[in-house]
Design a protein around this ligand. Structure first.
Ligand code: PAF
Length: 283
């Protein structure tokens, strides 16, 4: 695996790769890699000739500065995991390489309601920051395919909107969430949970399974209340939301007739750690 830190040098390599007709896959990450990220790398290796993983903790997507400061940094382990996964290129830029003109936002990306609902409501500005950095990474790497994890369902919808807005030629590939045996979705935030908290955290998956098994027979407003109560009585201290939404627009629904494809989405706290998860209900 070759590590590039400078945009100009990576761009030369990418131009050369494209000249030889090779396909390029991009896996953008913020490091603290786990098997969820490695499944994205594996999907890219399977589909593309060259896989580029970026590790960049993007300051512009953190609405909470302490979250940014506390973001786990484990770069030597990340490099080892990427080497073992067969990744070809690691892009490890500095903030000035990504934002030479500073971190202020030049663009507002019109992602519609996605900006303000669910994660957008609780993390104002977050998705604009995600769009800003992914736009920049797409410009630099110019991949054929962009691999995103389904764990961040709303982010996937945002990125699909972004590639349309910026008329990017990359195809977005969404890779299924990797879970621990308990059902807990792999996440860098799990590192901040104690073993006991991890056991409780699996409750979010059990709750989503409950919704999946019952959403056709229990009215949606009622099922949302049951699900919230379940979390609060099973180790979660605070629930930001549990909702069923249109799987494509993420517009919340109160009745099955309101959308053809549905997804259940949840965000809740165990101690100080905020976990999110989702499940597509209509496969
Ligand atoms: O999902 C993440 O890790 C980040 O939001 C991403 C897509 C790498 C952009 O910084």
């Amino acid at each position: 695996m070759i590590i590039y830190r400078e945009v100009a040098v990576l761009k030369n390599k990418i131009a050369e790769t494209r000249q030889y007709g090779k396909t390029i896959g991009l896996v953008p990450t913020m490091g603290a890699l786990h098997s969820g990220h490695i499944s994205l790398i594996s999907a890219s290796i399977k589909k593309c000739d060259i896989t580029v993983c970026s590790i960049f903790v993007n300051p512009t997507q953190f609405n909470d500065p302490t979250d940014f400061e506390k973001y786990p940094d484990n770069i030597s382990n990340d490099i080892l995991m990427l080497e073992n996964s067969g990744c070809d290129i690691l892009f490890l830029p500095s903030v000035t390489e990504i934002y030479p003109a500073g971190t202020d936002r030049q663009n507002h990306y019109d992602i519609g309601e996605l900006e303000y609902i669910f994660e957008g409501k609780y993390r104002p500005g977050h998705f604009q920051g995600v769009c800003q950095v992914v736009h920049r990474l797409l410009d630099i790497v110019d991949p054929h395919y962009l691999f995103m994890g389904q764990k961040d369902y709303q982010q996937c919808q945002v990125i699909m909107r972004l590639v349309q807005i910026i008329k990017c030629r990359a195809e977005v590939i969404i890779v299924k969430t990797v879970r621990e045996n308990s059902g807990l979705a792999m996440s860098s935030r799990n590192l901040r949970l104690t073993e006991e908290q991890k056991k409780s955290a699996a409750g979010i998956f059990k709750m989503l399974m409950y919704i999946k098994n019952n959403f056709t027979t229990i009215p949606i407003p009622q099922i949302n209340i049951y699900a919230t109560d379940y979390l609060l009585t099973n180790g979660f201290q605070k629930v930001d939301y549990v909702a069923i939404a249109d799987a494509d627009t993420l517009h919340p629904v109160n009745d099955l007739s309101e959308a053809a494809r549905l997804v259940a989405l949840a965000a809740a706290f165990i101690g100080e750690v905020r976990l999110i998860d989702n499940m597509v209900l209509t496969d």
